[in-house]
Ligand binder design. Structure first.
Ligand SMILES: Cc1cc2nc3c(=O)[nH]c(=O)nc-3n(C[C@H](O)[C@H](O)[C@H](O)COP(=O)(O)O)c2cc1C
Length: 396
């Protein structure tokens, strides 16, 4: 698939009178930075929370409101123009109106006139969100052409903690891209991804590890999420952009194996992108190992279980197991051997010896070898986030 699917897309953004409207200028900047076009409709009340001039400057366009429209019947035309229509933040008031067909302003008219999907980002005080009337109205919308993006829990503007926060602008952009993604071939599928390094502790303060950043695993996870999958990531100790995923944090290879086994039944696809330590200390020291009096120091290591191999033995025929192999030499033949030995369905061999690919880089060069297609080999190179899409294209 062409990886330019995010660029030049047309976004219709409705903004209502909630306090979370203060985040909208940042969202508009991100949308423009991503190379998309945006048209904005403000309710009268939204103008109390965000200045039209700010949004006009950032979007490069006049905003639409009940006073500012031309003879083009904008409430119909704007929704037809848009590739995606979202209302963020969406007040309890606007939710109630559109659930009941009340179209007394330009935004509610556009929402009622639109027959394609509209994303709703409710944002309000927790009591207002949990009120039976709001929940019933959301249920009505969810049963129609609306996709409700549940608010997050956290500190609310009214000074209490609760469920009602609008997602951060970066995460709203991810939801926009998920909606825009031209393929939804993983909808209804569960994808389990392992990512990052493991830390194999020698004592409470020292460990053996590797430079894996988790970026390739995160890219495979994000691409699967865009394509409609439910995604869980089992991640070693690295920061991973986790919006939309359940993230299970582990440290050691043994913890990773246990977490993979615990989630195996749930998974349709298992992507083993983590760089798992092959060895751990044979004798973990519960106390910090002292330096004094030691010129040399050796540690006896013992083998960690090979997680892909363990999963390959028990996964059955229905689950697809995708392994990664970091290789410096004889890449293809080593990878083919691993594909067979570990009962993988696909293996992606990394060329970690090349300078601008592999560990911690944003780029990668991968040789994909497939069991189904008689071990035929395909090479992908470029940005990890783009390669991840191409890999899913191939697998699907
Ligand atoms: C200071 C203040 C903050 C408000 N914050 C919210 C909010 O976060 N969410 C919400 O649903 N309503 C909130 N409201 C109420 C809405 O502004 C009010 O229902 C308004 O009529 C919404 O109009 P609209 O839906 O046409 O934008 C707030 C009101 C005030 C005065």
């Amino acid at each position: 698939m062409n990886n330019n699917w995010k660029e030049g897309r047309k976004i219709l953004l409705g903004v209502t009178g909630g306090i979370a409207a203060y985040k909208i200028p940042a969202l508009v900047r991100l949308i423009k930075k991503a190379g998309c076009e945006v048209e904005i409709i403000l309710t009268k009340s939204a103008e109390n929370f965000v200045a039209p001039m700010t949004l006009e400057t950032l979007s490069g366009k006049k905003i639409w409101n009940d006073k500012n429209f031309d003879s083009t019947i904008p409430h119909v035309k704007l929704a037809e123009w848009a590739d995606v229509f979202l209302i963020a933040p969406c007040t309890a008031n606007t939710i109630a109106k559109i659930a009941h067909g009340i179209s007394d302003n330009l935004l509610t008219s556009a929402a009622v006139a639109c027959d394609s999907e509209i994303m709703i980002f409710p944002a309000m005080n927790e009591k207002m969100f949990n009120a039976p009337v709001t929940q019933e109205n959301l249920k009505i919308l969810a049963g129609r052409n609306f996709k409700i993006i549940s608010p997050a829990e956290g500190p609310l503007a009214c000074g209490v903690n609760g469920k009602g926060r609008m997602p951060e602008p970066e995460n709203i952009l991810l939801e926009i891209f998920r909606s825009l993604c031209p393929v939804k071939d993983l909808a209804g599928k569960n994808v389990l991804v392992t990512a990052g390094p493991t830390h194999e502790y020698l004592d409470p303060v020292r460990f053996i590890s590797n430079p894996s950043s988790g970026k390739m695993g995160a890219a495979m996870a994000r691409a699967a999420w865009y394509r409609g999958a439910d995604v869980k990531i089992i991640s070693g100790p690295v920061e991973i952009e986790s919006y939309g995923f359940e993230v299970i944090k582990i440290k050691s290879a043994l913890e990773m194996l246990e977490a993979v086994k615990n989630n195996l039944e749930w998974a349709d696809y298992i992507v083993k992108a983590a760089a798992v330590g092959d060895y751990r200390a044979k004798n973990f020291s519960a106390h910090k190992i002292k330096r004094e009096g030691r010129e040399n120091f050796s540690v006896e290591l013992e083998s960690n279980p090979d997680i892909a191999h363990e999963i390959g033995k028990i996964k059955g025929d229905k689950k697809i197991l995708i392994g990664f192999a970091a290789e410096t030499d004889n890449l293809s033949s080593n990878a083919r051997g691993k594909l067979e030995r570990k009962n993988l369905d696909y293996i992606l061999a990394n060329e970690i010896s090349s300078s601008n690919a592999g560990f911690a880089s944003d780029y990668n060069k991968l040789h994909l070898i497939s069991r189904e297609q008689n071990q035929s080999e395909k090479i992908f190179s470029g940005l990890k986030e783009d390669i991840a899409f191409d890999v899913w294209d191939f697998i699907k």
